[in-house]
Design a protein around this ligand. Structure first.
Ligand code: FAD
Ligand code: FES
Length: 305
């Protein structure tokens, strides 16, 4: 049947098409279904540094708690009542049905209001939204997890996933870099990652303090410490765009195919579900088509990094 939506008016026939990509209406309508709000209680707050905290949320309604599920790499729209919403990566285990953990930096309006909240306060979440790390496709391969600073937030869900299905993966390395030792978050979990999850952890900081005995420099220096078969290794890289640009170029040079490196791209977002166009890069909705992209797609996204 003729679809009137794509009919070009006669006077426009000589113009360039305004977009080369037809919006994926099916994907949008699927996302609308997940657009439901869940009331949550903040059950615990862990201070990670002066500017970063881990918030543990519990969905109040037990039936909703049962329904809620997500995949590694997805994010939520977190609403602080009276202040607004912010997109935040889910930083907990997909198998933990009791709590959702969010690792949050105090950045502006919404997050500053959240930092005033105490345990017991109520917030709302919408979601989960966005694309995910392809954990099943990565099975039977070696995995290279690379995080810079707060990039640990989206990386914790795949870390937990690997721990939950440890026998399905080969060797796993985790390279974690930060500005200073105080910015290496979750150091209280390092031992558990090494001994329980059998993950080879390497850390590095740019500006050491007097107590730091580990490596100093940029995260790319850590590649000296590990050796792996690039054909058998997949990578997840989370951090500031400048970091994953350098890291992914290095991985590309040593032979990991670009479509086996995954990054989480954080653009400014408003609705999180393909309605407002705030997050668009070219014709790509980073909230629907991302935030997880393979590096090949990011390279082809103009102005993405
Ligand atoms: C998919 C996704 C996942 C995210 N996950 C996390 C997370 O796990 N933890 C976390 O702390 N933050 C995360 N963020 C970033 C967070 O959403 C922003 O910091 C958000 O703006 C905070 O809201 P706010 O109202 O407190 O700050 P605002 O008042 O909106 O802004 C504060 C400052 O941050 C700048 N800013 C806002 N958003 C961005 C952005 N995307 N990129 C660069 N600068 C920006 C603004 O220009 C301003 O200077 C994520 C963002 C996205 C898109
Ligand atoms: S954030 Fe509104 S369309 Fe992506």
């Amino acid at each position: 049947m003729h679809d009137v939506r794509f009919t070009i008016p006669e006077q426009d026939l000589n113009r360039e098409p305004f977009t080369t990509k037809i919006p994926d209406f099916q994907k949008k309508s699927e996302v609308m279904i997940t657009d439901r709000g869940y009331k949550c209680r903040i059950t615990n707050i862990v201070r990670l540094s002066a500017q970063e905290r881990l918030f543990q949320l519990r969905i109040v309604d037990p039936l909703e708690r049962d329904v809620f599920s997500f995949r590694p790499g997805q994010f939520l729209m977190l609403e602080v009542p009276g202040y607004g919403e912010a997109p935040i990566s889910i930083s907990s285990s997909t198998s933990n049905r009791e709590f959702i953990e969010l690792c949050i930096r105090k950045a502006g309006h919404v997050t500053s209001a959240l930092f005033e909240a105490a345990s017991g306060a109520m917030v709302s979440i919408r979601g989960p939204f966005g694309t995910t790390f392809p954990m099943e496709q990565m099975q039977d391969r070696n995995i290279l997890l690379i995080a810079g600073g707060l990039g640990i937030a989206p990386l914790r869900a795949p870390l937990y996933w690997i721990n939950d299905h440890r026998d399905r993966f080969g060797k796993v390395w985790f390279l974690y870099g930060a500005r200073d030792p105080g910015q290496l978050f979750f150091d209280y979990q390092f031992e558990e990652w090494k001994t329980v999850s059998h993950i080879e952890l390497h850390t590095i900081v740019e500006h050491p303090d007097a107590n730091w005995t580990g490596r100093t420099g940029l995260i790319t220096s850590l590649f000296d410490e590990i050796s792996f078969d690039p054909k058998e290794t997949w990578a997840i890289v989370c951090g500031p765009p400048v970091m994953f640009k350098f890291v992914c170029s290095h991985l590309d040079r040593i032979g990991i195919p670009m479509n086996r490196m995954f990054v989480s791209l954080e653009r400014r977002m408003h609705c999180g579900m393909g309605k407002c166009c705030r997050c668009m890069v070219g014709a790509t909705f980073t909230c629907l088509d991302g935030p997880v992209f393979d590096y090949w797609s990011v390279m082809n996204l103009k102005e993405a990094i």
